[in-house]
Design a protein around this ligand. Structure first.
Ligand SMILES: C[S@@+](CC[C@H](N)C(=O)[O-])C[C@H]1O[C@@H](n2cnc3c(N)ncnc32)[C@H](O)[C@@H]1O
Length: 227
């Protein structure tokens, strides 16, 4: 290697050594943003991922609509708000509340609802599924897509969903199939989670999308009706 390249390598090494703390901070911040779906990753998720999933949201909206959600629907981990807006459009009689731990996602979703002229029936707020900012028995139905695998405490999440559902209300939690969800690799995890929760049990259905690919599952939970 010529002397010029040795010099460039030495300069790069020196710069990295001098600025290593600053570089580490930038890197940690970038990783935290991606993990928390904060700016700019909320925009990137919406533009690159959510846009490809419109067919999946249509399918989920169809299933939720077929179950005739009355009155008030809660969406957890509502992200950029595509499903919430679709649900409100397809069900003129309902209101949809989206809750998401990322402020950037909530802002984006609120802009989408406003753009669709649905702000009166679709609203979004920041909140953690493990400590929902809602009253007991406030909602007729709950839906969530592709969020559960991000929850740091899924058991508390299910306890909160049970608390905010009206007796007789249903939750549909869609998530990645276990073979796509690398940290879990456990087919029965969702069923066990449901069995250990106040719901007592839950059905896990395979959701084939796109086409016949079994890429998703849906955990179907029902809160017992009053006797
Ligand atoms: C992969 S995105 C899915 C977004 C949207 N539901 C969709 O299907 O496109 C996961 C979403 O869950 C949210 N999330 C992660 N942990 C959460 C928690 N503990 N409580 C509420 N939302 C959470 C993230 O901020 C993110 O918007």
């Amino acid at each position: 290697m010529s002397r010029k390249w040795w010099f460039i390598l030495a300069a790069m090494f020196l710069t990295a050594t001098l600025y290593r703390n600053r570089l580490r901070t930038y890197l940690e911040q970038a990783l935290a943003n991606v993990r928390d779906f904060d700016l700019p990753s909320a925009g990137a998720y919406d533009a690159l991922v959510a846009t490809v999933l419109e067919g999946f949201y249509a399918r989920v909206a169809g299933e939720v609509t077929a179950a005739r959600p009355g009155g008030k629907l809660l969406e957890i981990g509502s992200g950029p708000g595509r499903l919430a807006v679709r649900l409100a459009r397809e069900n003129p009689g309902i209101t949809v509340t989206g809750v998401d731990i990322s402020g950037a996602m909530v802002e984006r979703a609120a802009r989408r609802a406003a753009g669709a002229g649905l702000s009166e029936r679709v609203r979004f707020e920041v909140g953690d599924v493990a400590a929902l900012p809602h009253s007991d028995e406030e909602f007729d139905a709950v839906v969530s897509t592709l969020s559960l695998h991000h929850w740091s405490d899924p058991a508390s999440g299910l306890a909160e969903i049970h608390r905010v559902l009206k007796p007789g209300g249903e939750a549909r939690i869609y998530d990645l199939a276990h073979w796509l969800w690398l940290p879990a690799r456990d087919e029965n995890r969702l069923a066990r989670l449901a069995a250990a929760s106040l719901f007592g049990e839950g059905e896990v259905e395979v959701v084939r999308w796109p086409g016949s690919v079994p890429a998703f599952v849906m955990l179907h939970l029902r809160r017992q009706p009053l006797p």
